[in-house]
Design a protein around this ligand. Structure first.
Ligand SMILES: Cc1cc2nc3c(=O)[nH]c(=O)nc-3n(C[C@H](O)[C@H](O)[C@H](O)COP(=O)(O)OP(=O)(O)OC[C@H]3O[C@@H](n4cnc5c(N)ncnc54)[C@H](O)[C@@H]3O)c2cc1C
Length: 476
């Protein structure tokens, strides 16, 4: 008879890692297995730096898969909170399940683990309160809200080192880590989770193996959002209509963003521009950073951005994202996002498209020659000059352009014609998986944490959701 685990976790992103870490602290008797389709963190290398173009790594993109999930190549900006805030404005909805005060405590605890494993003790965005308040006032006049919260910046290369230490720690503390293994299916009998069906990612025709566990935790991140949609349909796991965030990665000079970069490191602006009133927000700002690309399911190439602690460019990049909801008769946000991405990828011959803001206003595409002579030199070398307005959708495009105009009144130069828009930047979340306050789905013994099921949207909350999951499952 095969051994049975107390807890099986699908995925090895921050949600899963912090779940396992906390379990080693509170209940060493629990047998825990983490299963990941990608590689160990030390074997994750994105070839784009050498090749200058995305090689569409098989079987999985190193940026999105492997130990530490999307966290490995992330900029590692850990979003904390202000003590006086009575709500959480970024990072997700953990507080809706565990309450505001408990979420603050969880974040403090999780932050300390990051510090123990080598995170920088310096916090960004805690000084310059007066200057930040001035910018806040200016933003308010334009109908924009500026969220300023302290940020701990790991930096891409430091994030790698930190997660390697966590990988070693988990193995030293008897957590089983199974790499390059795809969880194909869940084993569910009479409405109760019993385990998972896996196969090796190394061979296409590998045999399916069954692994049994008392509890199964889904922590598949955005990379697994599509897989999770299929699981929910197949096993009747309850979901609610979700959201898809569609937009662009915007690149402009550090000079223009100097005040925001200095005072806050990352300025999180939220608006609801006319005429649609859709929520438009800036996200993942990277001072002196680099635009990057990543490959998702069905070979979709998406744009993202990050910055290093030591290596610097002279550009700042940030995402401008529009949240789209769909209810009736169409309720498939992931499907919609995928179609937008597919069209954009086709226009870019499989690559990310880039266009100058001024060209959009002039109603023309951007040409290679123009990009070569552009004041803002693109940091993503594989991006192809073209016309994103062919595929981004009128509503999304109108929202973004109006938002940029409003931002220009807060940050002079934000609407400079030589600024660059890369697309598609899309944040896929599964349809929101319905979970209770113990993160249990409508299937007994099946839990969902992190970004994949729609509970969180960033490193800190995904990690904190893992800590809480361990406390729930480790308490008996
Ligand atoms: C380039 C980039 C920059 C980012 N920068 C920041 C930042 O600065 N700050 C911030 O807060 N957030 C940032 N993020 C987002 C952050 O990385 C995520 O919010 C976080 O990693 C979510 O954690 P998670 O554990 O929910 O899932 P993930 O980290 O996505 O991990 C999920 C894992 O599950 C695996 N998986 C999925 N399906 C299966 C399956 N069927 N079988 C086996 N394994 C599976 C995947 O391979 C993946 O490794 C960034 C993301 C990217 C890509």
């Amino acid at each position: 008879m095969k051994e049975k685990y107390d807890v099986i976790v699908v995925g090895m992103g921050p949600g899963a890692i912090f779940m396992a870490y906390e379990m080693t602290k509170i209940n060493k008797n629990k047998k825990v297995l983490l299963i990941e389709q990608g590689k160990r963190v030390e074997n994750r290398v994105c070839p784009i730096e050498k090749t200058g173009k995305c090689m569409k790594c098989k079987p999985f993109c190193h940026i999105t898969s492997g130990f530490s999930g999307a966290g490995a190549f992330s900029d590692g900006k850990l979003s904390l909170y202000n003590k006086e805030d009575e709500d959480f404005y970024v990072g997700g909805n953990l507080h809706k399940y565990v309450g505001i005060e408990e979420t603050k405590k969880l974040i403090d605890y999780t932050d300390q683990i990051y510090l123990d494993f080598g995170a920088d003790t310096k916090l960004e965005g805690t000084e310059h309160k007066e200057e930040v308040n001035e910018i806040k006032k200016k933003a308010k006049k334009q109908g924009l809200t500026l969220i300023d919260i302290p940020i701990r910046h790991l930096g891409t290369e430091k994030a790698h080192e930190l997660y390697k230490k966590l990988e070693d720690y988990l193995e030293e503390n008897k957590i089983d880590l199974k790499f390059e293994t795809i969880v194909e299916d869940l084993i569910i009998e009479n409405g109760v989770a019993k385990g998972v069906k896996v196969r090796s990612a190394k061979a296409q025709e590998s045999e399916v193996e069954e692994i049994y566990g008392e509890n199964v935790v889904i922590a598949v991140g955005r990379k697994g959002a599509n897989w999770l949609v299929n699981m929910c349909e197949k096993h009747n796991i309850k979901t609610e209509a979700g959201v898809v965030d569609i937009g662009v990665r915007y690149e402009l000079s550090d000079e223009v963003m100097q005040k925001i970069n200095t005072y806050m490191y990352e300025g999180k602006f939220i608006g609801r521009p006319a005429p649609y009133g859709d929520k438009v927000r800036t996200f993942c700002q990277n001072p002196s950073g680099f635009v990057s690309s990543e490959v998702y399911d069905n070979n979709l190439t998406l744009v993202n951005g990050h910055s290093y602690k030591d290596k610097k460019s002279t550009n700042t990049n940030l995402a401008i994202l529009v949240s789209h909801h769909f209810n009736y008769p169409f309720d498939k946000p992931i499907e919609y996002g995928r179609n937008v991405a597919k069209n954009l990828n086709e226009l870019g011959n499989g690559n990310v498209l880039v266009q100058r803001l001024g060209d959009i206003y002039r109603g023309k595409r951007t040409w290679d020659e123009e990009l070569k002579n552009n004041k803002i030199v693109p940091t993503l070398k594989s991006a192809v000059a073209g016309d994103i307005t062919f595929a981004l959708g009128y509503r999304t495009m109108t929202d973004i352009l109006q938002f940029i105009r409003e931002m220009d009144k807060v940050v002079e130069g934000f609407a400079n014609p030589e600024n660059l828009l890369y697309a598609p930047e899309i944040k896929f979340y599964s349809n929101q998986v319905v979970i209770d306050k113990n993160f249990e789905t409508s299937i007994k013994g099946l839990y969902s944490i992190g970004d994949g099921g729609g509970m969180t949207r960033g490193l800190m909350m995904a990690s904190a959701s893992g800590v809480q999951m361990a406390r729930i499952l480790g308490s008996n």
